[in-house]
Ligand binder design. Sequence first.
Ligand code: 48N
Length: 309
Amino acid sequence: MAPALTLEQVETRPETPSKLSLAKDAAQAGIQENYDGQYRFAPIEEAQVSRAMIKRYFNTMYDRAISDIVIVGAGSAGLSCAYSLATRRPDLKITIIEAGVAPGGGAWLGGQLMTPMVIRKPADGFLRELGVPYEDEGNFVVVKHAALFTSTLLSKVLALDNVVLMNATAVEDLIVHEDYSGKQRVAGVVTNWTLVALNHDTQSCMDPNTITAPVIISATGHDGPMGAFSAKRLVSTGLLKELGNMRGLDMNRAEPAIVNGTREVVPGLILTGMELSEHDGSNRMGPTFGAMIGSGIKASWEATRILDN
Ligand code: 48N
């Protein structure tokens, strides 16, 4: 039997032209004029797959250890913020940290597990920007499935060259520095794999990693195992006296309060989306998502205001 090829031989040999010339469209890959009943893949060594992932992921981690902006939470507010920021400012290195394996937060469904998503005007303009179809109901629009909005937004954000998404990764603390005047400023985030962050009481010494950035935008939502993370951390670190705690549902009060209230709550930290309702004590709006879009976009403008001053 021929000796196994060394990794160098595998990585340097000319690609064996596979009999199956993969068609332009993956959907046609199995149906070729010369299809002879055998579907063939180009040959590969397992180590090539491992190295392809390792090289890229850890180069990214190395590069993004210093980012321009960190967005915590890839729900509708965090993703809307990322899209607005990254398209307006392609010069910025934007790093999104998302605790879930699946980004999207609460925006995969409308309300009570129903699939249609309601978005009040004027936030429907964002749907036109993304190319998401909807039905117009007068003062609001309805996207036939919330996942159509979220998957479209997520795909557009991920396609932007200056955006990196680290999912299955949790922010488990904030980096807080003192500036020259002794004032405390949020200067980055402390991260760990989410499965590690959720299991600190089962092992010892699973220390975290860090990402520093001049501006952190926290969009960790109002519920879930780590929801409202930064707002709660501000209280436990003494940067905030107490949480306002989200009030009862009132759509007409909640949505403008969240969008107009989006701001830098302590130097270096902007809160957006439903996390802000925990900080300010504003009402919740329930199954309508226009304020998440508006708040995310407002947070992106706040971030560039801070960076450019
Ligand atoms: O979708 P969410 O939870 O948060 P938002 O603010 O983007 O959108 C909220 C929206 O879905 C509603 O709740 C609607 C409008 N309902 C309102 C109402 O009245 O009920 O996304 C937050 C994301 C999630 O994907 C979490 O996994 C993630 O943040 N997350 C974190 N990621 C990293 N580190 C953490 N510590 C962390 N905590 C939460």
